[in-house]
Write a new protein. Sequence first.
Length: 258
Amino acid sequence: MDARKLVVEPSGAVPVAALLAAGDEFRGARIGVILSGGNVDLATACARFSAGEATRLQLSVLPPEVAADDPFARFGDLLERARATDLPEPNAFTLATVGADGRPSARVVLLRGFDTRGFVFYTNLESRKSRELAANPYAALCFYWLPLDVQVRIEGAIQQVSDAEADSYFASRPRGSQIGAWASLQSTMLQSRADLEERVAEIEARFADQEVPRPPFWSGLRVVPERMEFWYGQPSRLHHRDVYTRKGDGWTLHHLYP
Ligand SMILES: Cc1cc2nc3c(=O)[nH]c(=O)nc-3n(C[C@H](O)[C@H](O)[C@H](O)COP(=O)(O)O)c2cc1C
């Protein structure tokens, strides 16, 4: 079936509804949506289409024609698009690390900030991931936003954020999360849930009636990208891959076979 293009006008009038109504005409087709503005509920559109057995339709975001020389702008644009859907946790990504033993491990964490310096997440500095990153300070990140059918892969070196930056972020967290950061001996053996609850009670008592300071063993890590890949799902598995590699102060862009 041919790929078709649906252009969503900046007016906010979303022809996805018309597409839904079109039913048979689009059955089995994969639709590339060029987002040119407006508030498009792609998640709902996808859900509606996949609900019917016979009507299997996926929406995908085509590569933007703008910001081609700025991977950070491109990332920011996509994250905004993901946030505009009702996808839970659009900031979630898989973080892969490799420890001293050369074996990879991966887990999901949340992106808490990004700019041209890199991509920041927060964690316990004594956790398994942090120990692996101390031994081998390189990480790979992978985002996948299902409603957009877009994957972003980022690879680079790790730097700890400044104490001031970590303090400021920690202070913005809900008190329960602050207590939790102190209470969790992340990635170490827990004998029983009661032990964790006991630690929470101890920490609550220690900081009763005062602000909870940032634990010295908890901070942010910034991944300074050397490579960023943008993958856009396309019809017939002929996906579109744009890879940026750092070159001096700028980036070079090339494409990969899917
Ligand atoms: C949606 C989601 C978000 C998470 N966000 C974080 C996070 O921001 N920081 C963190 O340390 N762990 C986060 N976790 C927990 C990690 O996946 C992981 O269990 C924990 O960090 C311990 O990993 P490690 O033993 O490899 O260090 C999150 C888990 C999920 C499922």
